[in-house]
Structure formats: structure tokens, C-alpha cells
Design a protein around this ligand. Sequence first.
Ligand code: DQA
Length: 161
Amino acid sequence: MTQPLSQPVYRRILLINGPNLNLLGLREPEIYGHTTLQDIEQRLNNTAEKHHIELISIQSNHEGDLVDAVQHHGLLADSEDKIDAVIINPAAFTHTSVALRDALLATNKPFVEVHLSNIHSREPFREHSYFSDKAVGVICGLGDLGYDMALNYFIESFYKP
Ligand code: DQA
């Protein structure tokens, strides 16, 4: 008798990009590179789809919108629509936002913090992050490759035997 094929397990990842990251490609390319956010999201989407992951991407310049998105996808959505993990580049909110930190902690979902630039080799105010101590990992200074690395980490952690 043939075994029924088992259905792939679908997972969801919320990809959050904070203020001014909509300007990637235009904004200080010597620091942030030439790749646009649309290109990054598209590339991650392609990888995610191959691994039965739905990527929900949000970029906003408004702190409250990001808090609302985290609350919704992490906690308030129906259980079958809830995310399993978060990849976040909080951008300038990295250094200021207790509200976004609290929202992420409220969801109790694992998150990886990504920065395109090495925040430790720049102005002193960029050294402190309100997220790093709670992140499962922090990737910084590797440009937009950091997003792919974060996604690969979750692919491994979701599906490793
Ligand atoms: C950033 C670093 C932050 O300090 C800065 O405010 C950003 C981008 C990065 O990706 O390198 O907007 O998060």
C-alpha cells in the first residue's frame, strides 16, 4: 500500500524594516549598498517559498505602525495566521524604541536582528541596541547578505531533524 504524501508544514516569518530603509539604494550607498529593499524582499521571498515559508514583509517610517504589525502578526491574528519568527532591522529605532522591543517580547517569538552596517564601528550612539539582548542572534556589517543569513538560520531551525 502506498503511503499518503505528508503535507509540507507551512511556516510564517515577519520581515520588519524600520525608518528610512525604504530608501535603500538611494540612501548613503557607501554605507548601505546599492540594493533596494524591494530587491531584498523579492530575493528572500524566493528562498522562503522554496522552503514552504510565507514571508510577510513590512517597512514603515512610523514606530506605531511597526508596533501594530508585530502585535497583529505575533499575537492577535488567528492562530493559523500567526508568525513563527521575526527578522528585524529596526534601523534608527534600534537605538530608541522600548515600545518596539516590548511588542516583540509580548509575542514571545524568536527574532534575529539585522543591520546592513557595522553599528559598532560608527557613531557611539549606534552602539546600543534595545533588541540585541533578546535576539536569538545579531548580524551586522555584512550588508544585505545579513537578511539571507537570518532567513537561512530559521530555515535550518524549523526543519532540522
Ligand atoms: C541600520 C543602522 C542604524 O544605526 C541606522 O539608523 C539605520 C540602518 C543598518 O542597517 O545598518 O537606519 O539599522
